[in-house]
Design a protein around this ligand. Structure first.
Ligand SMILES: C[S@@+](CC[C@H](N)C(=O)[O-])C[C@H]1O[C@@H](n2cnc3c(N)ncnc32)[C@H](O)[C@@H]1O
Length: 643
């Protein structure tokens, strides 16, 4: 249960035309629900610190949790943000997957004498895992987005700007939401990012233009917002027009403009003479190399998608390039300002903000994002806290996978085609017959919390649409405003005779999350004056990953037309390890990574954030006695053992 609710925006939104225009123009569904959610406020949950990397004097944060809850936390802490960039799911109808790479097993590699040899990328076995879904009904998406944008607005500083990155699927609708939330007057630009140039060959595009752009909607909160003009280099053609030799002799130089003295004086009065031009008064010449370039317009064609070979590539579906964020951050913030991304993904915003000396806040709902950005920032030498919002559910990696896991665990639940999609399915009872079951969707924050809005919908919308023979329904919840309040609400409403049973979904989820098993030993050796502790992993068993691989093998076998070679995992299972860390500071509580090893997808070791050209040998070392060992498997589950 949330500790409390924090109001959206400085004041509750009473009196503001919440979706009023939208409702009228587009007959937009769900406006009432949004307005009730907004009046209730943002749920504030306990926050647990998982790890501190470095001193972190700037208060940088990596938060695992939903955008709205992260904003509730920031608002409660009195933290304001000067620049927000978000790249939320696009409502594109796509499901995004993480590529899972089986790592190189040190023991097997040694046995077959490949220790010195680089394995071909294709030799690495790979399978995919669902990471997050991007399949929404339009109304649902807009309700959700409205809530998120209102939450973000609540924590903006008076000089803040916000950039929302979308595309043709939903961008135009969100522009209208943003006009309503931030005000049409505060719209600054629509930036068209040409992300690619050659998508014209697919079958789907036979009868239309190829779609190569995304839209980034840029709003400011008030009049005093940060805007640092950006420039792009002069075009070659332009440069050629002005080049000739000057009296400096050996220099080729460019005369852009020569002003008359009157013009010069006027410009000087207006404070528009720059670049040391005064020194050359009265004949004012601008040298090309001293010029800043051409002021940037809203069409950005010079930034390309992340190259798979690039250092910044994190293998994160939908990852955006650092260059894009560099331009946004340079435009709308100055050094020391706070830059946040509440749908942070691979951490492009946090990583770029850190490089540009800004403070950063990254939040995301998926564990894969948190691990990716954590490792990325460690490699960059950043300092930050890793925090987790305790919103009542223990996620199984991410909401999509948790949903997949829970469904089969709900006793007796089966799909029932005659029921509306509101119901997850039904169970059968010898006396009561069919019992429809409602299961909240973890991807949809509006359904995660059982409140009077939702139970009202069950009583007045979902139950009346059921067959009249239905006597009972089961409503699962993850989070509930107050069980007493909801039961009272049901008891006081006499419009249905159908029994409503409430059940806590967390009891089911607790069975889903089980740790991995590791066998390891720790040895102490002395090298000269130094003592070294070496932890050797002898065996690693992850039922969760093995289950995934089995599932993959079975599916691939059924679908494969040629002979299929299944993925096989060795007895010791070391190829299922992606990351190891030793905590030599504390035996419990938040994690201190005193020594860490990440094994990249080619089997090379990244030691304490530094890439090496050595393969992993099955060990991890520290110079202090290790108290705890953490292992992350290739799917992202982490388990901790006492050493
Ligand atoms: C398009 S990706 C962001 C990619 C990112 N810009 C990058 O360059 O890597 C969208 C992200 O939003 C996250 N997400 C989805 N729903 C969320 C929610 N309600 N709160 C926070 N994060 C969410 C997903 O886990 C995913 O990482």
């Amino acid at each position: 249960m949330p500790i409390k609710y924090v109001p959206f925006i400085p004041e509750p939104v009473e009196g503001q035309a919440v979706l009023g225009n939208f409702n009228r123009i587009l007959r937009y569904k769900g406006a009432d629900e949004v307005s009730m959610t907004l009046q209730r406020g943002m749920p504030l949950y306990e926050m647990e610190k998982q790890e501190t990397v470095g001193e972190n004097a700037d208060g940088n944060m990596v938060i695992r949790g939903e955008c709205v809850s992260a904003c509730a936390y920031l608002k409660e802490q009195g933290i304001q943000v000067d620049l927000v960039y978000i790249d939320p799911p696009f409502a594109s109808g796509a499901d995004y997957a993480k590529q899972v790479y089986i790592r190189r097993n040190p023991k097997i590699a040694a046995a077959i004498a490949q220790a010195e040899q680089e394995l071909e990328f294709e030799d690495m076995k790979v399978f995919e895992e669902k990471m997050y879904g991007d399949v929404w009904a339009k109304e649902k998406y807009l309700n959700w987005m409205y809530e998120n944008l209102m939450a973000i607005k609540s924590i903006l500083s008076p000089c803040a700007s916000i950039f929302v990155h979308l595309d043709w699927h939903i961008g135009h609708y969100v522009k209208i939401l943003m006009d309503e939330i931030f005000g049409e007057d505060c719209f600054v630009n629509e930036i068209i990012w040409q992300r690619t140039t050659n998508t014209g060959s697919s079958k789907a595009l036979a009868q239309k233009f190829s779609i190569d752009t995304d839209s980034i909607f840029y709003y400011r909160l008030g009049d005093e917002y940060t805007f640092n003009k950006q420039y792009r280099p002069y075009e070659e053609e332009y440069i050629k027009r002005f080049k000739y030799e000057d009296e400096r002799g050996k220099y080729r130089w460019t005369l852009l403009k020569t002003y008359s003295q009157d013009t010069y004086d006027e410009l000087d009065r207006q404070g528009r003479i720059r670049w040391g031009a005064k020194a050359r008064y009265p004949e004012f010449k601008q040298y090309l190399e001293e010029g800043k370039g051409v002021p940037m317009n809203n069409i950005w064609t010079d930034i390309f998608h992340v190259n798979p070979q690039a250092f910044e590539n994190q293998n994160y579906a939908t990852q955006k390039p650092e260059q894009l964020l560099e331009r946004i951050i340079n435009t709308s913030s100055n050094k020391g300002m706070v830059v946040a991304d509440f749908f942070g993904g691979s951490g492009v915003t946090a990583a770029t903000a850190n490089k540009l000396d800004r403070r950063f806040i990254h939040s995301d709902i998926g564990v894969n994002s948190i691990q990716t950005v954590r490792d990325r920032l460690v490699a960059d030498g950043a300092e930050f806290d890793v925090l987790e919002i305790k919103d009542g559910i223990q996620l199984y990696r991410n909401p999509v996978q948790t949903m997949d896991k829970i469904m089969p665990l709900i006793p007796g639940l089966r799909k029932e085609s005659s029921l509306d999609s509101f119901w997850a399915g039904a169970t059968a009872d010898s006396k009561l017959g069919t019992i429809p079951v409602y299961v909240p969707n973890l991807m949809d924050s509006s359904s995660k919390l059982l409140d009077t809005v939702l139970i009202n919908r069950v009583i007045h919308q979902a139950i009346p649409e059921l067959d009249t023979s239905i006597k009972k329904v089961i409503v699962y919840y993850i989070d509930i405003t107050s069980e007493e309040e909801i039961r009272k609400f049901i008891a006081q409403d006499d419009s249905t005779t159908v029994e409503i049973e409430l059940r806590d979904l967390k009891t089911v989820l607790d069975d889903v999350v089980i740790g991995d098993h590791a066998e390891f030993r720790c040895e102490e050796t002395t090298e000269g004056l130094f003592t070294v502790y070496t932890v050797t992993i002898d065996r690693f068993i992850s039922d969760r990953v093995l289950g995934k691989i089995m599932e993959y093998n079975q599916k691939a076998m059924l679908n494969s037309k040629k002979a299929f070679k299944p993925i096989e995992i060795s007895e010791d299972g070391l190829e299922l390890i992606e990351f190891l860390s030793l905590d030599c500071t504390a035996a419990d509580g938040e994690w201190h990574s005193d020594s860490e090893i990440k094994i990249d997808k080619l089997g090379y070791v990244i030691r304490n954030g530094q890439k090496t050209k050595t393969f992993w040998d099955g060990t991890i070392q520290s110079d202090k006695f290790p108290l705890r060992l953490k292992i992350r498997n290739i799917c992202g589950d982490e388990t901790i053992w006492e050493v």
